[in-house]
Design a protein around this ligand. Sequence first.
Ligand code: KG4
Ligand code: ZN
Length: 341
Amino acid sequence: MKHVVMGIESSCDETACALVSDTHEILSSVVWSQYDEHRRFGGVVPEIAARAHLEKCDILIQEALDKAGKTWTDLSAVAVAGGPGLIGGVLVGVMTAKAIALSHHLPFIAVNHLEGHALTARLTSPVSFPYLLLLTSGGHCQILAVEGVGKYHKLGATIDDSAGEAFDKVAKMLDIGYPGGPNLEKRAKMGNPKRFSFPIPMKGRVGCDFSFSGLKTAVRTTIEKLTQLSEQDKNDIAAAFQEAVVAQMKDRLQHAVQVFKESYPLAKDLVVAGGVAANGSVRSMLESLAKEQGFVFSAPPIGLCTDNGVMIAWAGMERFLAGHRDCLDFKARPRWPLEQL
Ligand code: KG4
Ligand code: ZN
């Protein structure tokens, strides 16, 4: 082990810190989810999130160092999610990382949160550039050709909501609690996906774009017709909704694979990343699609799909090893498209 990088994440509702090595070891990873802070509002409240990050950030950083058995002098660099995200939270992480860099004379690396998701599979699996990536989280749903660190080519993206947002909104409509995605998946396991038939937006369309708002509306109409929802109704709607999401992803990726193969005939990796990548049905669809297309499928372990510090530390490590450094005048960014890297 030659290098150790610390990663700090605070762009949404998880405060997290981790240490990783250049030998692909996770030396420590601490994540504090703010579910309890936001539960009664049914979603993330940016102002509450920022204050909660501020309260927990220092404690988690010390915990990450202690758990890894490392001190500041063992670090090669400090990385932080510099955006995109809820600006109050991003600012907390960025200012903390800058203070660490300055006081401990460490290189400072601002990581794009989406790049953190995009590169995570390379920490845990032998994935080489270029690869085809489905990036599906709470804020984003995109298909990308990943050519290298900082080199992304977008093949398609959602024209309205992200998949994670659709999971969260449908969970809210069904009143099955927050966080929506994982709860909806649990309900779907107990439901009959064939009882309701929801539309599969974008199916068969040229290109690789997504759309989820029509599906969401169809769910709302179904709920309104039922007037009172039994637990079984909820489970059946969840199952049918999840099936429609997975069907759309499959259709879009089948297109994307063809486009990708034309540009990169020798590439063979299909990767999924982001919070929705924790979904079992999404993962198994991708696994069989990869098999059909002669691709190798890789996904981060479930715990590394939703926001965490490891993804920031690892993307920081990749950037550090590639010689990237950021200045201390880096500004936290609420928006930061991957193609701008
Ligand atoms: O990547 P992430 O933690 O945060 C963002 O960068 O947005 O993704 C969070 C999203 C949420 O919308 C959440 O509901 C969804 O990922 N999610 C899931 C599952 N676990 C998390 N969606 C479906 N099934 C899951 N098991
Ligand atoms: Zn994320």
